[in-house]
Ligand binder design. Sequence first.
Ligand code: ZN
Length: 372
Amino acid sequence: MAQLSKRKYNVSKKEGENIFPIIDGHNDTLLRLDGPPEGEGRDFFVQSERGHLDLPRAQQGGLAAGFFAIFTPAPAQAQITRENLIITEAGYEVRPYPAIDPIYAQQHVMKIASRLFQLESRSQGQVKVVRTVAELQRCLDTGVLAAILHFEGAEAIGLDLDALEVFYQAGLRSLGIVWSRPNAFGHGVPFKFPHSPDTGPGLTVAGQNLVRACNRLGIMLDLTHINEQGFFDVARLSDAPLVVTHSAAYALCPSTRNLTDAQLAAIKASAGIVGLNFEVANMREDAYLDPNTPLSVMIRHIDYLVEHLGIDGVGFGSDFDGDIIVSQELGDVAGLPKLIAALRDHGYDAASLRKLTSENWLRVLGKTWRLP
Ligand SMILES: [Zn+2]
């Protein structure tokens, strides 16, 4: 383990630059800590050149809290999307992913969740798995990195929902009903550009029960990757603000993964939030996987989301370490202050930047989690 020191958010503070503690809506870092073929065998406590997020770089970038996702790849699915990518005349599509076995998913979730808890105990107080807003706020105040346990896809939760109760007690506070494939609860969008997110049927009866159970327990529902009908089923059923942790605006980049104006209107009506996904192909209007994409493309999406959701409805949801191409101007989590500086130069004042970086996530979690 590298030498650990308690550092606050002033590491990369330049003269006159405001550094805000940042809550980020999505990372896949836990999976990268695996050895090959799925992961890179990285040590979270050692600064790496690879991937996007480890503790030293998080501290440099002012990352105060993140949703740490557990995604379950299909057994033979080493890479999430690249191998299955087909370039079409107008854009791209990715071969659809089949449903995965729930027992396999549960074993995988246990393994990766255990890794998060071990990481917390090895961190000498520098990483905390948070279960309440008060714990999250304390982490923001003290410079401890807060980890919110998130499942990206509900495969590991059986139809009886018994496992949901157990995972909740263990610390699960955020759940994506689907990843981009079908499961017993609903249907995720296949990756396609240009293509509408209206790609199939909505929630199953089990999916409707899952929404009610998450509302009752106070587990945040993440609507990233769900198709349009599933999205509006949740909008009708859920009593919590609608949340999409890592997505972008369909009007600027018409991929199945992005949100139409009608979806943005529903999120705004619920006082919900969208975290901007940093995948360049999911923001560029040509959907190219080009790291040479300027930060201005990210700012266009933030402007658009703010225009449609209000300044209270937008945050970050990087998708760091999620097999994505990030603008090389940003690079990795240590580059977050560059994005904030670009937003400030673009006209966002300190109060707005505080909302975008942490206050909006705090407000939504405060309304969603049952524990204060
Ligand atoms: Zn995702």
